[in-house]
Design a protein around this ligand. Structure first.
Ligand SMILES: *[C@@H]1O[C@H](CO)[C@@H](O)[C@H](O)[C@H]1NC(C)=O
Ligand SMILES: *[C@@H]1O[C@H](CO)[C@@H](O)[C@H](O)[C@H]1NC(C)=O
Length: 390
């Protein structure tokens, strides 16, 4: 080795050291110094008498890395509160292979688990993999009311019920879920909206069976479904169904509760351009490929425009929706750290939340209520469109 080469070799440790220093400066100046954080050390639920299973059924071959952040929060949340988190691919039950549509197959899968594996009277909280816990102090237990076995919620951007639910593992819960999965074989040859479209027709039958004989409208809802050629028709069918079953929250005879938009257990992350408050529980549409931290300024601007537009009730605002706005694929999730599941389990993990998009509970409530009112008006206009179809 000549002396020049040796000298160069002696420089290596210095180069490495300088790189490390630069890295640390960049890392901590952006994380610790510039971002103000809101820290939560949630404590475990005190009453564990309810047995709760959080169930996620993935299509065979799908990659959980796509949901790494969301699943990390669910794992931590479950470990902390003693919920059983079950994440499975949908090819375990041969009986469910009769389902060609993956959306219905997952309900068949869950129904099999309920029938064969999960304890009687335990609860099934069925959600998609892209749900992140935004507030680990909120409990699934608190959604449950003594006389109700089936819980659904209204999505925000339109009037559809989400295909995520909380049900009790009893006769009623299992029967309801079996009926839903079997709708695959009753869907018309139209743009039927898969399990989500079918959920509405199921609920019309389930909550208002008498109407199918007595009401021309109920028949018309089915006819719209049969003739549906695009997603707009699907929304017509859904508003039609909502008119038949009524804008109610509680259906005591069937032990069903449908949470209104503003107090539902989950909402889409993009609904407020990634802004959140301590009033949120679960944020939906949390996918790694949607995370674009570079768009912080853009999201902040869009949010500000929305906020000020909503202040004027006469203003006709185009509300965020996956149908009219690319922002639904552009988001940031508020959690900054990767949660350590062992620490979650013994209640010592800190959830470090990014405050840059944190808004007050008051503003959060005001905006959601204002948006919810506007969407209800749109829903009513949509009923007129149905009426014209009739
Ligand atoms: C725990 O929760 C169950 C079910 O909600 C309830 O019946 C019971 O009274 C609670 N126990 C305590 C000690 O609060
Ligand atoms: C909690 O778990 C973490 C990780 O296993 C461990 O380092 C810590 O000592 C535990 N704390 C308590 C209070 O048990």
């Amino acid at each position: 080795m000549n002396s020049r080469a040796r000298q160069r070799k002696n420089l290596y440790p210095f180069v490495v050291l300088i790189c490390a220093i630069v890295y640390l400066i960049v890392k901590y100046s952006s994380k610790a110094i510039l971002i103000e954080t809101y820290n939560i050390i949630p404590s475990a639920r005190s009453n564990t008498s309810l047995e709760i299973n959080i169930v996620i059924v993935l299509t065979k071959g799908s990659d959980t890395n796509e949901y790494a952040t969301a699943l990390n929060t669910l794992e931590c949340y479950s470990a902390l509160h003693g919920y059983r988190l079950i994440i499975e691919h949908d090819d375990r039950f041969p009986e469910c292979s009769i389902h060609m549509d993956k959306f219905f197959r997952r309900h068949c899968h869950t129904h099999k688990m309920m029938t064969e594996e999960l304890p009687e009277d335990s609860w099934i909280f069925f959600i998609d993999a892209d749900n992140g816990i935004a507030n680990p102090q909120r409990l699934i237990d608190d959604l449950i009311e003594p006389d109700y076995d089936i819980y659904l919620y209204n999505r925000f951007f339109n009037w559809e019920m989400a295909a995520q639910y909380l049900i009790k593992n009893n006769e009623r819960g299992r029967d309801w879920l079996r009926q839903w999965s079997e709708y695959e074989f009753k869907t018309p040859a139209s743009t039927h909206g898969s399990d989500n479209g079918a959920l509405h027709v199921l609920m019309m039958n389930y909550l208002a069976p008498e109407k199918l004989h007595s009401s021309g409208l109920a028949k018309e809802c089915l006819s719209i479904w049969d003739r549906s050629g695009h997603i707009g028709h699907l929304f017509n069918m859904e508003s039609c169904v909502r008119m038949v079953i009524g804008e109610r929250t509680y259906f005591p005879a069937q032990r069903v509760k449908i949470f209104p938009k503003t107090i539902s257990f989950a909402r889409d992350l993009w609904q407020l351009y990634s802004h959140w408050s301590t009033d949120d529980f679960i944020l939906h549409a949390v996918k790694e490929r949607y995370f674009k931290p570079s768009s912080l300024d853009y999201l902040a601007r869009r949010f500000e425009n929305l906020r000020s537009a909503l202040e004027d009730p006469s203003n006709d605002v185009l509300l965020p929706s996956p149908l009219n706005d690319i922002s639904s694929c552009d988001s940031v999730f508020p959690l900054l750290n990767k949660l350590n599941i062992d620490k979650c389990r013994n209640g010592t993990e800190t959830w470090i939340m990014d405050t840059r998009f944190k808004i007050s509970e008051k503003l959060h409530r005001q905006m959601l209520e204002e948006m919810s009112d506007r969407i209800l008006k749109e829903q009513v206009r949509n009923i007129y469109i149905c009426a014209e179809l009739i």
